[in-house]
Ligand binder design. Sequence first.
Ligand SMILES: Nc1ncnc2c1ncn2[C@@H]1O[C@H](COP(=O)(O)OP(=O)(O)OP(=O)(O)O)[C@@H](O)[C@H]1O
Ligand SMILES: [Mg+2]
Length: 473
Amino acid sequence: MVGDMTQLGSMMAGLMFLWAIFKQWFPEELGNHIENYFRKIGSYFYPYITITFPEYQSDEFERSKAYIAIDRYLSTNSSKKAKRLKANVIRNCKTVILSMAAYEEVTDEFQGIQIWWSSGKSNAPQQTVFSNSDENEKRYYKLTCHRKHRDIITDVYLHHVLDNGMAIIMKNRQRKLYTNGKWTSWSHIIFEHPSTFDTLAMHPEKKKEILNDLRTFRKSENYYKKVGKSWKRGYLLYGPPGTGKSSMIAAIADFLDYDIYDLELTSVNDNTDLKKLLINTTSKSIIVIEDIDCSLDLTGQRKEKKGEKTGKEKNPDQKNEKDKKKKGSEVTLSGLLNFIDGLWSACGSERLIVFTTNFVEKLDPALIRRGRMDKHIELSYCCFETFKALAKNYLDLESHDLFPSISRLLEETNMTPADVAENLMPKSDEEDAESCLLDLIKALNNAKQEARLKALDDVGIKASNEDSSDGEA
Ligand SMILES: Nc1ncnc2c1ncn2[C@@H]1O[C@H](COP(=O)(O)OP(=O)(O)OP(=O)(O)O)[C@@H](O)[C@H]1O
Ligand SMILES: [Mg+2]
């Protein structure tokens, strides 16, 4: 059907071309009159309009988002109707997306209107020595419909196609973990961290509160617009090592289906590069700076790395090397503050910025004030509620006679969820749930004993210090 219409369309275009040559031999007014007459006859025989969607817009390197959305949208009906298909295998060979090959045609129906889609390609001149033959083909999708439906097609149907196509892209997309390498670019791997809010053990009330906060954030685009804020939110996760800060970031990314940009501040040259990195992030993402206290000190000057010489350098090469290192770490506190909520931070939207630290008290108050880091979440030592969640995850246990003893021991001593989890893991095939719980009780008793000895030691040292200072006096 589309082929017939295309032939008819080409015939009409040919006639119009011939007419353009003959038109000059006629007086202008008569020429225009005849042309109008031709157009009327033409539109009587060919009452269709076509809209073409090229894969690449002339001024962009990236594939057109509209083209990709149409491709995905058509994959739902082209895979049923088209005869020649193209397969795109994603998600580690687990998902196959079929789209129609070049010069295929499929029909679609919308509110009783018939729409014809065809795919095509044309050869573009060779662009670079590295480009392969596929890259030199300019693909496109062409929509054809009756001209009387023009308004509904352009105003309603195309939105329907693009929205549905984008939804399919989001559903099939694989989350990415980006890291900043040299210069101002990001490189990425597919992000498949197993941590989710189901596996993250924490007090149920606290978990509920965080999930509600994330849900509210996700659907608050209009609210942020209304109050004049860019659509982003800052999370500060703090607590001792092994309490689940990184695991929580992975769980948030899973819950919101966002990509993660793991920003290594020590690799960023200066504030300008920090800004460029920010511009190169996409919406629906989490920008993470882990161990923020190790990247900046309170005055905003970057710390020198441990082990770096502080005295005079022995030779000029060493000095150059040091200069280079210094030059590679010129990001300032003010640069970071601008990164979080300066004017440039408004480019893109729907973003979380997450800082983690083991020492919240070391951070500059300006960096973590509300408005910048809107939500402060403390992840702490394992409490009984956290233990119950871990026991459920690791041992499939909801209750046990040993639970009361564990509850008492957890109140008496500090143990991180990471250590509790390690003790709950069976060490061999023979080890059952009860012996894992006994392992944990043993570890908790040891930790309690160690803490008691350390406290005694500290008191002893203090007492001997006081004695010696009395003697001196
Ligand atoms: N709250 C938790 N729930 C479930 N597992 C946890 C939790 N906390 C820690 N773990 C386990 O301990 C391991 C270490 O946790 P994680 O890396 O998230 O700690 P962290 O707080 O980021 O530590 P650090 O401050 O050293 O970076 C995780 O792989 C996970 O298996
Ligand atoms: Mg961590």
